[in-house]
Design a protein around this ligand. Structure first.
Ligand code: 5AD
Ligand code: SF4
Length: 432
């Protein structure tokens, strides 16, 4: 059997695309995944282009992979950087055999054997493509609900790499979920760049009255499915109807990722985010009123052009008020094909680094307090991973990582535990 070395960078969408790549390759001829580069017949790098760093890493990595690869092994570059740089990748690194864009995953078998093939059409519509079945986990599954992104955030390259937003038809989503539930999954993660914009456009260019809230209601009717997560919703589309469904539907996990980006209304306007600091706080307060223990996570960019101390203080203020469970924070990285790269008053790199350190340090203090408050609590955990030293891990409803001592029979079950130990990254406990 041929062997495949597959490296996946970037977001959850990319992880799902990697599963799709394996599924499609296997339909032509079976591949075995390997972590040993030197024994692979096919090497694929599924790239991210959201910041400059992974892009520059790509070219040095191609050089290393080229030296270490077995004679005759092929190298393919897929994903967002493939969409963005296209044949430029082969020009700069002729050892690359093919380039396949983030929106052309279904075409892997058309390029894999074609020397220097490039497929990067961002208008290609894969929203109704029925991919083969391949999944890294059987107990939990990622389910795409849309492709692309219609937002025009001024810092973000994604609309240029993943194209316009198209919702996947509801029937395809429901049947995908039914399949994974039949195979033993109790939890799904619904994926889209902008999940709560679901239903605004389908392949035939029609919009419909069928909303994300209605999709959540229909998905939760699936017997055997116990937990629903999703990422990412956009703060702008968080209407009351959606928040009330989130709070009252017992199958929806009480964890929500709400990307803030900045706490300054002035910067949010320049980022073209469509909401204000007050709107963001209002939405978070509404969720917390209904669900005091909800876990809210976020993304924040520091050092966006024109960011003053006062703007940064607004971001810190939101951090204090919302007390995020998880923070993904980044230094602004100017990206090609985005308006913000040409904005005046780019922030000094050292100032941006200092702000990032400050933000992360304060978040860590808050996180320690949140985790400490979990000690002694009784929580429900879905155990889905076998670990070393007779340990089993899982997630609480709020998405916190939990370890217990236990054996394989606990896998795939939801159990109540008492938290006996806390750390910054996880909880440990005992079955009760
Ligand atoms: N620079 C830094 N961070 C960025 N993100 C998106 N574009 C950029 C950029 N140009 C961050 C945002 C987004 C997350 C996936 O990556 O916070 O939510
Ligand atoms: Fe995901 Fe964005 Fe990176 Fe593409 S650029 S892999 S959409 S995070």
């Amino acid at each position: 059997m041929k062997k495949l070395f597959l490296e996946t960078l970037g977001c959850a969408m990319n992880s799902r695309d990697s599963e799709h790549l394996v599924a499609q390759l296997n339909q032509k001829e079976p591949y075995q995944l390997t972590t040993e580069l030197g024994e692979a017949d096919l090497i694929i790098i599924n790239t991210c282009s959201v910041r400059e760093k992974p892009v520059s890493k790509l070219f040095s990595e191609i050089g290393v992979f080229n030296k270490k690869r077995k004679k005759g092994a092929k190298i393919g570059v897929c994903g967002c950087t493939a969409s963005h740089l296209g044949k430029e990748i082969i020009k700069r690194a002729p050892v690359v055999d093919f380039v396949l864009g983030a929106r052309n995953v279904s075409k892997i078998n058309e390029v894999v054997d074609k020397h220097h093939a490039v497929e990067i059409d961002i208008n290609y519509d894969e929203s109704q493509f029925q991919f083969g079945e391949y999944r890294n986990h059987s107990l939990r599954a990622m389910i795409n609900i849309s492709i692309g992104c219609d937002k025009q955030c001024s810092f973000c390259i994604v609309p240029a790499t993943r194209g316009e937003e198209i919702s996947i038809p509801k029937d395809i989503i429901i049947s995908e979920i039914q399949k994974v539930v039949d195979n033993g999954a109790k939890e799904v993660m619904l994926l889209g760049q902008n999940v709560n914009n679901y239903g605004r456009r389908f392949s035939d260019n029609s919009g419909s009255k069928y909303s994300f809230t209605m999709l959540l209601q229909d998905i939760s009717k699936i017997d055997g499915l116990k937990r629903i997560r999703f990422t990412s919703p956009h703060p702008l589309h968080m209407d009351d109807e959606f928040l009330e469904e989130f709070a009252s539907n017992p199958k929806i996990c009480k964890q929500i990722h709400i990307p803030l980006q900045s706490g300054s209304t002035k910067l949010l306007k320049e980022m073209k985010r469509g909401y204000t600091k007050e709107w963001f706080l209002n939405r978070c307060n509404k969720i917390r009123e209904m669900l005091p223990n909800v876990a809210i996570s976020t993304d924040i960019i520091v050092g966006f052009p024109n960011e003053s101390e006062e703007d940064f203080n607004d971001t810190l203020d939101v951090l204090e008020k919302v007390r995020f469970d998880q923070l993904f924070s980044f230094k602004y990285s100017p990206r090609p094909m985005t308006p913000a790269k040409d904005y005046e008053n780019q922030v000094d790199a050292q100032v941006a680094s200092a702000r990032l350190t400050h933000l992360q340090a304060r978040h860590t203090e808050i996180l320690d307090e949140i985790m400490d408050s979990q000690l002694g609590c009784e929580i429900e955990v879905y155990f889905d991973e076998l670990k070393a030293n007779n340990q089993i891990s899982g997630r609480s409803d709020e998405g916190r990582l939990v370890y217990i001592d236990g054996s394989e029979d606990i896998l795939g079950t939801i159990r109540k535990i008492k938290v006996t130990k806390v750390s910054r990254a996880s909880l440990s406990g005992e079955l009760i």
